[in-house]
Write a protein that binds this ligand. Structure first.
Ligand code: ISL
Ligand code: CA
Length: 620
């Protein structure tokens, strides 16, 4: 408690916790400087009403969890296939339906491998395809060694993997090891017999009264506890059918590691680890601080988003499963900031290779279900800071979309009048910045949010639960408006292969429509699809855009985003107008040749969302 704020801010964990709180409160970071010399105890006295001692104990515990500070100083970038590759996330349920039952499947994906190879995709990430009751569309796994029947058979999977490898592509699986379905054999045995060894594979906890054992809330509304008997409860951070695994249990850890090895023996190339930062929970599962609960929207999160043994578990998985197979691993880690990200992914730490940070997806003080216009100047600031701070021992993932978020392009341009140039601008930044591009199905055809008209069209368990919770404190119309702003279903409607049909000839499990289609985009040389295809190819041939140095210009100039990627032998500049207003060009381009633009004609000034890639002519 005698530590000064500036000392706490200098600690990687302290830095990210303070930064996260300021972000949620929409308070400028410069505030930290003013209070830097104050002691934590002074701050506690000033805020003892809001932050009770439990908050400070959590912060200090978090900081003492991992004493190492990330290695700084510059080493050359180590070349790796996953730093050069373009990844493409497929949500199998909505990608392509081969048998007309209205649900995407593995044979449907197989039929589109040539399309993906033609686009230039190097790695496919499949959202979960394991046997599941589909309470959370496969993120509730019932059997890790079986393929979900709606998606096909294990033979279909083996054939798909073979065909992916035949094309020189790779495939990574979505690994959900924070929780299993409540229909998993382990959980069924745990419920059936209190003395079973599987009882301790989960978090069962006594409660002295008929309230849950602590105040933790679920990401999918309500308490994070299922009552399983008069005095016993079981923990679920997500839906009531997704039961959290107890990673303290060595037997559980080794079963999970054996399962990972089983998939690696089949030849998969790596994994995306679902909410992997949640797997270690604070001892005793203590109550969450109320102020943090209100601020973050979820009670208890400080006790598991960066748990006491997270590094230990990740090192064990790496040592026993990933390393022997030289497998790739990216962690999905909601709430983890840049400094903690360094501790979890720096190459010398032998834990994860990369991670998905989410701090860029919403603006400060905004949450996914808020309606607001996203300002690309915030993304510019985020990208510049991350790129400068992240150095060469770590490697960023660059993504706008996934199956959990509304379409990024629709947050910026709600009327969709700029879709064509804006989608290309986003592609330009993603494919020329320093980091690995992660595309999500539909990015390449300018997929946008859906104008769902009622809850009848909504399928996502998170949205349905939240809607019922909101209806307790607002009208159905207001509740639906909030759901419409943030529902994950915007990203889960079918891939639009042809203009009349979507991904299925049958009655699709979810209905949606895109303004364009693969068919139209492939035919039109000036399409978003061809813009992606060109850039994916170009960066492979001109690897300054991957491994080159990076330099930012006009950092303080609003709406202008200009940076160079260069080596001793080639120099590229990317020039972007982040606004829908005409802007003066700030750079002198007469020594450059234009490689690619999202506008056909040349003009003296930059038009709405105009982006240009230039190559410096060296013979002058
Ligand atoms: O963090 C969240 C609450 O706002 C969600 O974005 C999301 O649930 C979180 O990022 C974790 O997502 C992953 O785990 C979930 C699953 O529903 C998501 O689809 C998956 O990507 C539970 O497995
Ligand atoms: Ca099907």
């Amino acid at each position: 408690m005698d530590s000064k704020i500036k000392e706490i801010y200098a600690h990687p964990v302290g830095h990210d916790v303070i930064k996260k709180l300021l972000l949620q409160l929409n308070i400028n970071e410069s505030y930290v400087k003013w209070i830097g010399s104050l002691k934590l105890s002074t701050i506690q006295n000033l805020t003892h009403k809001q932050f009770d001692p439990s908050f400070y104990n959590s912060l200090i515990t978090l900081m003492n969890t991992e004493r190492d500070v990330p290695v700084e100083g510059e080493t050359p970038i180590a070349k790796k296939w996953w730093k050069e590759a373009v990844f493409y996330q497929i949500y199998p349920k909505s990608f392509m339906d081969s048998n007309g039952d209205g649900i995407g499947d593995l044979q449907g994906i197989l039929s589109k491998l040539d399309y993906l190879q033609g686009l230039g995709v190097d790695v496919i990430w499949l959202s979960p395809i394991y046997d599941s009751p589909n309470d959370d569309n496969g993120y509730d796994i019932r059997d890790y060694h079986k393929i979900m029947k709606e998606f096909g058979t294990m033979e279909d999977f083996d054939n798909l993997l073979l065909e992916v490898h035949k094309r020189g592509m790779r495939l990574i699986m979505d690994l959900v090891i924070n929780h299993t379905s409540d229909e998993h054999e382990w959980y069924k045995q745990a419920l059936a017999d209190k003395t079973s060894k599987y009882r301790n594979y989960y978090h069962f906890k006594q409660s002295n009264d008929d309230n849950p054992p602590n105040n933790w809330t679920s990401f999918f509304s309500g308490s994070a506890w299922n009552q399983v008997s008069e005095k016993e409860w079981a923990l679920h951070l997500f839906s009531k059918k997704q039961m959290d695994l107890n990673w303290e249990n060595e037997a559980l850890r080794s079963e999970i590691i054996q399962m990972i090895q089983w998939w690696l023996d089949k030849g998969v190339d790596g994994f995306r680890m679902d909410v992997v930062n949640y797997i270690s929970k604070a001892k005793g599962l203590p109550d969450g601080n109320k102020v943090i609960g209100e601020l973050m929207g979820y009670y208890g999160i400080e006790h598991y988003f960066y748990g006491p043994k997270l590094h230990e578990y990740l090192r064990q998985i790496r040592a026993e499963a990933f390393a022997p197979y030289d497998a790739y691993a990216i962690g999905e880690m909601p709430g983890i900031g840049m400094e903690m990200g360094k501790l979890l992914t720096s190459q010398e730490r032998q834990e994860l290779d990369m991670f998905f940070s989410f701090d860029h997806l919403e603006m400060p003080g905004k949450a996914r279900f808020d309606e607001y216009i996203y300002d690309l100047n915030y993304y510019k600031k985020y990208l510049i800071e991350y790129t400068k701070q992240y150095g060469n021992q770590r490697w960023m993932s660059l993504f706008y979309n996934n199956h959990d978020n509304p379409r990024f392009i629709s947050k910026i341009d709600r009327t969709h009048q700029y879709t064509d140039v804006l989608a290309k601008l986003l592609a330009m930044i993603q494919l020329t910045s320093k980091g690995t591009p992660y595309m999500f199905q539909g990015d390449e055809i300018g997929a946008v949010n859906q104008d769902f008209t009622s809850m009848e069209a909504i399928r996502d368990v998170e949205s349905i639960n939240l809607y019922h919770e909101l209806c307790m404190c607002m009208s159905e119309e207001e509740a639906f408006t909030k759901i419409l702003a943030g529902t994950r279903d915007h990203a889960r409607v079918g891939m639009q292969w042809t203009s009349d049909g979507g991904f299925s000839q049958g009655q699709a499990w979810i209905t949606g429509k895109q303004p364009s289609s693969v068919e139209l985009q492939v035919q039109d040389e000036q399409s978003i699809y061809h813009f992606y295809k060109f850039l994916i190819q170009y960066r492979k041939l001109h690897q300054e855009l991957i491994y080159g140095d990076i330099k930012f210009y006009f950092e303080k100039t609003k709406d202008m985003f200009v940076y160079a990627r260069y080596s001793s032998s080639a120099f590229y500049v990317v020039e972007c107008n982040l606004s829908n207003k005409v802007k003066n060009r700030l750079m002198n381009i007469n020594k450059y040749e234009l490689v690619l633009s999202n506008y056909q004609e040349r003009e003296r000034r930059l038009r709405a969302y105009e982006c240009n890639l230039y190559r410096r002519i060296h013979n002058e």
